[in-house]
Design a protein around this ligand. Sequence first.
Ligand code: NAP
Length: 240
Amino acid sequence: VRQLLLRPGEVVATCRNPTEQGARGLLALQREHGNRLRVLRLDTWEVDSIDEAVSSVQEAYGHINLLLNVSGVLHVPGLMSPETSLQKLKLENMERAFRTNAFGPVLVCRGFLPLLLAAGKEGQATEQKPAVVANLSARVGSIEDNGLGGWYSYRASKAALNQFTKTLSIEAARKGHVAAVALHPGTCDTDLTLPYQKNVKPEKLFSREKGVSQLLHIMDSLTMEDAGRFIAWDGKDVPW
Ligand SMILES: NC(=O)c1ccc[n+]([C@@H]2O[C@H](COP(=O)([O-])OP(=O)(O)OC[C@H]3O[C@@H](n4cnc5c(N)ncnc54)[C@H](OP(=O)(O)O)[C@@H]3O)[C@@H](O)[C@H]2O)c1
């Protein structure tokens, strides 16, 4: 969010618990940036909260130029960790992964697509500079690239997100100047990767700032020809 705010325009950030307890950093940024940053509650498991966020954004802005879907889960302390064998699969954790990594993001896309299409109607989005849906996927969601196995739920839920994104990209491109892509950020130093970082070479572990800058650079350069791609942090295609 901090890096998005370095650019012109306004940013709407959503989170599950927009209180000092749940989103201290985000609220501090809001105090710093005033009207340029709006914080709304949205839980991707609650369709009503998605619809309410869409209505608020519609009322305030009428259109959006970029939709970034970042909600994701790999592990939850005490509840869920990536499966190292088939025997470790638990239905509730498979559901948690699919709801957070695939169903939630595509329902967010469903809600916001009319506002992305409106960017074209209002002349902000064009063939060369489309409105963008960027869904944060992961290389481990690639079926072709899966040489190690394990992490069943995370892999499969990201593969589902990829298929949702590809399908959405076709409909969105048919309807207007909206390019939907799946992005692989590389391995970034966040809570999600914290327990697994010891296996990552230091030069392959990106700071949050570097990870975000690399993805913003890619999103800035997208045209309608890129719609439906699965793109890694270095701009190269990831095999499906
Ligand atoms: N870090 C990496 O190396 C890496 C690599 C490949 C792909 N990715 C993907 O990049 C995205 C961002 O990951 P990250 O590394 O920033 O992970 P993170 O620090 O764990 O952040 C995940 C975010 O998802 C939110 N979230 C979880 N469940 C949600 C729900 N039901 N509704 C709304 N938000 C929800 C969390 O919100 P709370 O703060 O409320 O928990 C948290 O802000 C994820 O989709 C992840 O799979 C990351």
